[in-house]
Ligand binder design. Structure first.
Ligand code: SAH
Length: 213
């Protein structure tokens, strides 16, 4: 299978027509081997227009949602980024290409271990993954220029917002199991503003400032 061709097709058919236009985001998505991050049985559908199971009842997001969330952070290469929900590590790789350093938290150890292995095999040196409850962020390295949460929260993620730097952006799905809004927060002069980008469907953020299970 010609995976490079499938990636090209994914960008041309799924991302550009839906409005993804940041050249650096499109370039990175064209480059990163999404099929390296999915379980073997799904390799041939890695570039399809949908999420896929990655084990432990979790999913890798649809390529368009990955692109949309990444574009919203407006990364320029200098940022320190926090990701909550490393999952397969695919989104982590994209962030690592576009920012200076990525700290990623995952609560399920087998997923974190697999993501770390794939990312180190691919040669990423600017990523640190920890296994813990990411609803409380990763205080040690705060503040972050950008934060991405890839699981849905019940409400405004206050602790994560407190770890966002001045001028920073945080993207997170907020809502309930069958209706969530992808929400972008910005911190300007200490004040937090927010706006909803679109409806979406994620797995829950399980933790102290998330869902009980
Ligand atoms: N970005 C991932 C998507 C993974 S799905 C990818 O590209 O594959 C969301 C992930 O969030 C799951 O792996 C889930 O285990 C994780 N998660 C849920 N609640 C969490 C929490 N409180 N802290 C850290 N990770 C969490």
């Amino acid at each position: 299978m010609d995976f490079a061709k499938l990636r090209e097709k994914m960008v041309e058919e799924q991302l550009i027509p839906r409005g993804i236009s940041d050249p650096s985001v499109l370039k990175v998505i064209k480059k990163i081997e999404r099929h390296a991050f999915v379980p073997k049985e799904y390799i041939n559908s890695a570039y399809g227009d949908h999420p896929l199971p990655i084990g432990s009842n979790q999913t890798i997001s649809q390529p368009y949602i990955v692109a949309l969330m990444t574009e919203a952070l407006k990364l320029t290469g200098t940022e320190k980024v926090l990701e909550i929900g490393a999952g397969s590590g695919y989104q982590t790789a994209i962030l690592a290409e576009l920012a200076k350093k990525v700290y990623s938290v995952e609560r399920i150890r087998p997923l974190a271990d697999r993501a770390s292995l794939v990312l180190s095999k691919l040669g990423y040196k600017n990523i640190e993954i920890d296994v813990k409850d990411g609803s409380l962020g990763w205080k040690e390295h705060a503040p972050y220029d950008a934060i991405m949460v890839t699981a849905f929260c019940p409400g405004r993620p206050e602790t994560l917002l407190s770890q966002l730097a001045e001028g920073g952006r945080l993207i997170v799905p907020i809502g309930a199991a069958f209706g969530q809004a992808l929400t972008l927060f910005k911190k300007t002069k200490g004040a937090v503003s927010s706006h909803e980008i679109c409806g979406c469907m994620f797995v829950p953020l399980v933790g102290k400032e998330g869902w009980e299970r």
